[in-house]
Design a protein around this ligand. Structure first.
Ligand code: NAP
Length: 486
């Protein structure tokens, strides 16, 4: 018997098996459209929840909201799921796609072939595939950002980044330095404090941290949520609406300023030590960066073997981190919780649109995409969780599902019209970017903070400047007149 080689042409190729890639694939399977393949660079699915393995890694969005509405219910163990449980959830979803997912298929480049009206996708093993439509679910927060600190490369001990945590790494009994106090740091810090001999946390900007109020679900609650779809959906809707209401404060800074007083009082009440209290009191407006959730951050800072260093880092010298005032901290291990390359994500070099123009070149003027998904020089190409579709107050999975439905509608329209090619009109793209810039100006994110939301010109290009409900409204239909066809 001869085995036929796998087909090289697909109507649709999806890249990535995180929430975004799986969402499109599962919606398509559910609609009986099995005309696609999913490419995954790693050996297993999960995207960011496979790659972020640092101790304490969890989600700060409630699990019942941080899951796909089209997928079967999952028996979430906690209000805020830990990374391994989310990874298991995604692996379970991926399993249902069977051989539709090709693992260890790392995309080296994807280039638009104008004459053939196809995308040519080249993999790292040298093989080539073609497709009519290409969906990139490659994740905007995938590439670790390494700080530009003098001497960092010459640090003599292990240098660990939270986004690339080695499997089975243990730091028991070590003197550990932790750089950063963002969303990853406030999770890894308390977890590390439980095993290390000494933990020095280097803080550049004091973060705003509020209570997470995490808890595991009682067995009875889990059973009820599993068995009663109405209860589960009502709970999900309640979680969604309470978060959506918080969006009010992000869009109306005066409202957030009022809330700020209460958060400050809570902070002052939580930390008894006056010197520490002074160090942790934020100097930036509440909400201009991600508001962090933790039940353990402040108590960790009060532990006798934990030090919060606020003196700026000057350089690193062999096994010492030296601050600007000359303090020398001897360290065995240095942990970087320094975030991701969002604004200059190298994935933008992989995609080549018309005339070989890369996404990186196309975005030179400004990182933008119509509805966060499409660019004029990139026909038949959809970007998931693209510019302007992040959220500071609600679940990104909601945005992904809005994008999924919209892409499904777009593909249905183009297919029924028997068109081979479609692209967003340049004027529509420009008008959208202008509107996003205008609306972003009023938000808190552009009021005095440095964050990964902002490009070098200080413009928000990351978050949706509105309620997620308004994104749903904008994406509920595919507006055929906004596109050109061939
Ligand atoms: P981040 O928010 O960008 O924080 C990076 C931290 O490193 C900041 O405290 C930053 O200080 C510090 N830093 C960077 N370079 C430095 C340098 N040269 N010297 C000293 N300090 C430096 O990164 P992240 O914590 O990894 O979070 C990124 C995003 O990932 C979040 O906003 C969120 O969207 C996502 N995330 C989500 C979860 C979740 O629970 N869902 C968990 C983790 C991450 P400054 O503040 O002064 O810049």
């Amino acid at each position: 018997m001869t085995v036929s080689p796998p087909p090289h042409h697909w109507p649709l190729i999806i890249i990535g098996t995180g929430f975004a890639g799986l969402s499109i694939a599962l919606h398509r399977m559910k609609a009986g459209q099995e005309d696609f393949i999913v490419l995954e660079q790693a050996q297993s699915p999960g995207g960011t929840w496979r790659d972020n393995r640092y101790p304490g890694c969890a989600c700060d969005v409630p699990s019942h909201l941080y899951s796909l509405s089209c997928a079967p219910p999952w028996d979430w163990q906690r209000k805020y799921a830990e990374a391994p449980e989310i990874e298991a959830y995604l692996a379970h979803l991926a399993h249902s796609l069977g051989s539709r997912i090709r693992y260890q298929a790392q995309v080296k480049s994807a280039a638009w072939q104008a004459q053939k009206q196809l995308w040519q996708v080249e993999l790292n093993d040298g093989s080539r595939l073609t497709c009519r439509f290409l969906v990139a679910g490659v994740g905007p927060l995938s590439e670790p950002a390494w700080p530009d600190l003098p001497g960092l490369k010459n640090f003599t001990g292990p240098l660990l980044h939270t986004a690339r945590w080695p499997k089975d790494q243990t730091l028991k009994g070590q003197r550990v330095g932790l750089i950063g106090t963002g969303a990853s740091a406030i999770q890894v810090g308390p977890a590390l404090a439980q095993e290390v001999a000494q933990l020095i946390i280097f803080q550049r900007t004091a973060p705003w941290v509020v209570d997470r109020k995490d808890h595991s679900y009682a067995t009875g609650t889990r059973r009820l949520l599993q068995r009663l779809p109405f209860l589960r959906q009502t709970y999900r809707a309640w979680l969604y609406l309470t978060r959506e209401l918080k969006g009010l404060a992000f869009l109306w800074p005066s409202l957030m300023h009022r809330i700020e007083g209460g958060v400050r009082r809570n902070l002052a009440h939580k930390v008894a030590n006056p010197q520490l209290r002074q160090k942790i009191m934020p100097t930036t407006p509440l909400g201009c960066k991600r508001i962090l959730l933790s039940d353990t951050w402040w108590s960790t800072l009060e532990l006798p073997h934990v030090t919060l260093e606020t003196d700026p880092i000057h350089h690193i010298e062999a096994a010492h981190l030296v601050t600007e005032t000359g303090a020398r901290h001897a360290l065995d291990v240095l942990v970087l919780a320094t975030g991701f390359r969002y604004q200059d994500n190298p994935m933008a070099r992989l995609f080549k649109g018309e005339n070989g123009l890369t996404l990186e070149e196309f975005w030179k003027k400004q990182r933008s995409a119509y509805l966060g998904m499409m660019m004029p020089s990139f026909p038949n190409f959809f970007l998931l969780t693209g510019p302007f579709t992040g959220l500071g107050h609600n679940s990104i999975v909601f945005m992904i599902e809005c994008q999924t439905r919209w892409i499904q509608a777009a593909l249905a329209h183009v297919t029924t019209q028997r068109k081979n090619e479609f692209r967003v009109r340049a004027q529509v793209y420009e008008a959208f970017a202008k509107e996003m810039n205008q609306r972003s100006k009023k938000t808190l994110w552009m009021q005095g903070c440095q964050s990964w939301y902002l490009d070098p010109a200080g413009r928000n290009t990351a978050l949706w400047p509105g309620f997620s409900l308004s994104y749903w409204w904008r994406t509920r239909h595919f507006n055929a007149k906004d596109f050109e066809y061939a």
